[in-house]
Design a protein around this ligand. Structure first.
Ligand code: ADE
Length: 248
């Protein structure tokens, strides 16, 4: 999969993504990561890329021309118009299912804004998706773009080894992952739960499922509305909720 990240800070993006699993996958040719320096496309002799907003207000805006031309350079080079994601707090919130869906694309452009944002006219012409990584405001789109590249890349076949791509991940089936333990069997006086040492696969699976439910109930109850639960599990949850209400 090919990622083109349009940014004023290409080194930040490339440094951040050339390590660990994503770095390994791009060295192996499974991913192609390219940061496109928007400033290099400024038609201004001082390489200026920002200006005051019409109508007044705080801060500066990224101008349409360099953003559009940086995008056009990618489109001309690859001979197609891939989806172009503008990362912005004004977008819909990014979720695991989006990561999976974007991983089906062969090419993706990510557009990072800075200052107070980007001239709306450029966005109208190039942005196909508006995505936020959460309800808080960052100083620029680079970290969100890196978050997207990471989450999408690990859904691209071959990027994770079999070892790394556990099927029981958080958000699978709308539940959080169960707790995990490694050696030693006892640490700081805490023992690994007996069932995990039992070798009894059915019991282990049942214990993990219950832990997933319990954890999701405690930490992210909002996820449970969409979770695929058995009748028995639904009843278990109702009892938990009732117990919670009685405590209050
Ligand atoms: N740019 C600034 N804040 C952001 C956020 N929360 N999500 C995506 N892009 C952003």
């Amino acid at each position: 999969m090919n990622f083109y990240i349009l940014t004023l800070f290409p080194e930040m993006v490339m440094h951040g993504l050339n390590t660990s699993i994503i770095g390994r996958a791009s060295a192996a040719g499974l991913l192609h990561l390219e940061a496109v320096d928007i400033r290099a496309y400024s038609a201004n002799k001082h390489h200026k890329v920002d200006d005051y907003p019409y109508g007044g207000g705080a801060g500066m805006l990224m101008q349409a021309q360099p953003v559009y031309d940086a995008w056009q350079s990618v489109v001309s080079k690859i001979g197609k118009k891939p989806r172009c994601v503008y990362v912005t707090p004004q977008g819909r919130t990014f979720r695991q299912e989006d990561a999976k869906a974007f991983a089906e694309e062969s090419d993706l452009i990510l557009l990072c804004g800075h200052y107070e944002g980007i001239d709306e006219r450029a966005l109208e012409e190039i942005a196909t998706d508006y995505i936020s990584i959460g309800d808080y405001v960052l100083t620029g789109g680079e970290l969100p773009a890196m978050v997207l590249v990471d989450a999408i890349s690990r859904m691209v076949p071959g990027v994770l080894t079999n070892q790394e791509s556990g099927s029981a991940e958080s958000f699978e089936g709308s539940l959080l992952e169960y707790p995990q333990y490694s050696r030693p069997e006892e640490w700081h006086g805490k023992k690994v739960p007996d069932v995990l040492l039992s070798g009894h696969h059915k019991n282990i699976a049942a214990w993990r499922r219950e832990q997933s439910l319990q954890r999701t109930f405690e930490r992210r109850p909002d996820l449970l509305e969409k979770a695929e639960l058995s009748e028995y599990e639904k009843q278990w949850l109702e009892e938990k909720k009732m117990a919670g209400h009685e405590k209050q």
